[in-house]
Design a protein around this ligand. Sequence first.
Ligand SMILES: C[S@@+](CC[C@H](N)C(=O)[O-])C[C@H]1O[C@@H](n2cnc3c(N)ncnc32)[C@H](O)[C@@H]1O
Length: 228
Amino acid sequence: MDNHHVFNMDEKLWTQVDELLETNLISTLNEDRRLINQTRDNGLPGINVTPLQGALLTILVKSINASSCLEIGTLGGFSSSCIARGMDKKGKIISLEVNEKHKTVAERNLRERGLHEQVEIRHGPAIDSLKDMLKAKTYRFDFVFIDADKMNNKNYVELALQMCHKGSLIYVDNVVQGGAILKPSAEHDSSGNVEMVKYIKGNSKLMSTCIQTVGEKGYDGFLLAYVL
Ligand SMILES: C[S@@+](CC[C@H](N)C(=O)[O-])C[C@H]1O[C@@H](n2cnc3c(N)ncnc32)[C@H](O)[C@@H]1O
């Protein structure tokens, strides 16, 4: 069916549809909005996942019964809280964040919600943290959520994969960036996404898809990879 002519396709419409879906589907919406607002009120940018996207993270984590998750890019801890929601209280998340203020705000937000023992935020460039973790040889993640500087996405997938196992999932946000993946630019850091999909093409350990999305955050898309 061709749906193109039902409405003018624009961000206002996508936002209205997101609002209708959030109101009907997301039982934790008030709680989610409170965390997102607390993050914004502390001066952090509104670049968190949406409540609908957060619920997808929760569902994925829950459906693979994950108990050990890695997040790259914490911001104010909203996506960490969604990942934590998919696990029981024993489940752990290591979240990597380069910005000290973001780490402080996230820790406060997560503490207020009793999630501080489940989410450990490590400060520093994620590449360095990942290399340190690899050296330690003790990390094994069931679920990886990549949502930091897009320039490094290929490096993040490559490093994180070494700490995954058969059946792990790797989710990468902001892969399409309004179509910027077709015309890589410094503004969107999209060359990292181009490198990432080329890397995945040559990697027999990953079965992957990328779904284009629209919504209150505009036109984008996420990549989901299953470790073979
Ligand atoms: C899109 S935000 C993360 C949003 C968060 N995942 C959520 O949905 O609530 C990206 C975060 O990655 C952090 N970041 C950017 N470059 C980084 C790097 N090289 N290493 C670690 N964190 C980085 C930023 O400071 C920012 O807090």
